[in-house]
Design a protein around this ligand. Structure first.
Ligand code: ATP
Ligand code: MG
Length: 334
């Protein structure tokens, strides 16, 4: 078997990095999109507090609209916090939102995290809303901190996300593939394990045990100013990072043996964690805040094999500096 290509030549590197810059500029959210997202939060806060006055309803953004990795067409993930427990029955919330002009309102009460899905025709935004599920606010803040530490993280992560969407590899719920959150963990761990590293492990750095809004302590060091520029000793370009990202997950990583851990900033042994006995454990990605959870378990064996083949296909194209081909969309019948 032939060894995968180790380096891009300078011409390929320059072309790939240039193409990545161009794509990045194209998919960055516009000012208008950012403004509509900000207005949307204010509008929801107004609607909900009007409907249930005196209940201190707060509207928080999480997911890609809060971690700097959204594009113009990303939906808005919203968590509302309130002591008014009846709102956790999200169908009540759904009715109120419909009364205020929201469209395509659907309440999903019987999910692990109940949500309301809807569309705001005025601001042209789709939204998933939950009540008092504050866990995701923390991991959103963690991702945002990592993104801000090194300026290569945002373009790299947005381009990999774009690829996962084009190749239909990011539908954990329906497609049996991986969520955006899982893909982001793969990117972060890749950057933590470069030599020298582009990112630290924020969970391992000593941090204050601050009390969170619900009494939990902050799990990671969020002192951005301390870590900004951490990746400077690593001089890899965007093109080299994308090439090595795909190479790692296409050929270098021994999936049989390792668990990807953003919390530890390294790979840890599958057997050591006893995860070699689990179901759907071909791809093991530790949830950074709850190390018993495998984010990779949304993919079964067949699905993992498909994802792995797609990563190999992407590497084979990127190693020839063919970014556009790598992002080529599947054709659907109209
Ligand atoms: P996209 O732009 O594709 O919507 P996203 O960053 O919003 O990407 P999602 O996978 O839609 O990512 O998830 C939204 C947020 O929900 C994540 O940022 C994360 O905070 C949280 N989340 C998603 N899946 C999990 C999970 N399995 N465990 C904990 N938190 C999760
Ligand atoms: Mg989202």
């Amino acid at each position: 078997k032939t060894m995968p290509k180790k380096f891009l030549n300078p011409v390929e590197e320059g072309k790939l990095s240039g193409d990545m810059r161009e794509l990045y500029d194209r998919i960055l959210p516009t000012k208008d999109s950012d403004e509509r997202r900000a207005r949307f939060v204010q509008k929801l806060e107004r609607i909900l507090n009007q409907q249930w006055p005196g209940n201190d309803i707060k509207v928080h953004v999480f997911g890609s609209s809060g971690n700097m990795l959204c594009t113009n067409d990303s939906d808005v993930d919203i968590c509302i916090t309130t002591p008014l427990k009846i709102l956790e029955r999200v169908c009540l919330l759904a009715n109120a939102l419909a009364d205020h002009g929201m469209e395509r309102v659907v309440c999903v009460q019987h999910a692990k995290v109940p949500i309301v899905k809807f569309w705001d025709p005025e601001l042209q935004l789709a939204c998933d809303m939950n009540v008092n599920n504050t866990l995701a606010l923390e991991n959103t803040r963690m991702i945002k901190t990592y993104v801000e530490i090194d300026e290569r993280v945002r373009p790299l992560a947005m381009i990999v996300k774009q690829w996962t969407k084009r190749r239909i590899l990011n539908d954990a719920a329906l497609g049996g593939t991986l969520s955006s959150y899982t893909w982001i963990c793969l990117i972060l761990n890749f950057l933590q394990t470069r030599n020298p590293p582009v990112l630290p492990s924020l969970h391992k750095k000593p941090h204050e045990l601050r009390a969170g809004s619900d009494g939990r302590r902050a799990g990671f060091n969020d002192d951005l100013e301390r870590f900004r520029g951490f990746g400077k000793p690593n001089t890899e370009t965007l093109g080299e990072l994308l090439f090595n990202f795909f190479r790692r997950y296409a050929y270098d990583l021994d999936y049989e043996k390792w668990v990807i851990s953003v919390r530890d900033g390294r790979l840890i042994s599958k057997e050591g964690k006893k995860w070699h006995l689990m179901q759907n454990n071909r791809l093991c990605v530790e949830e950074p805040f709850n190390t018993n959870r495998n984010l990779g378990n949304t993919a079964d064996d067949t699905s993992f094999r498909g994802i792995h083949l797609e990563i190999r296909r992407a590497f084979d194209l990127v190693k020839e500096a063919k970014l556009a081909n790598c992002l080529e969309q599947y054709e659907f019948p109209a």
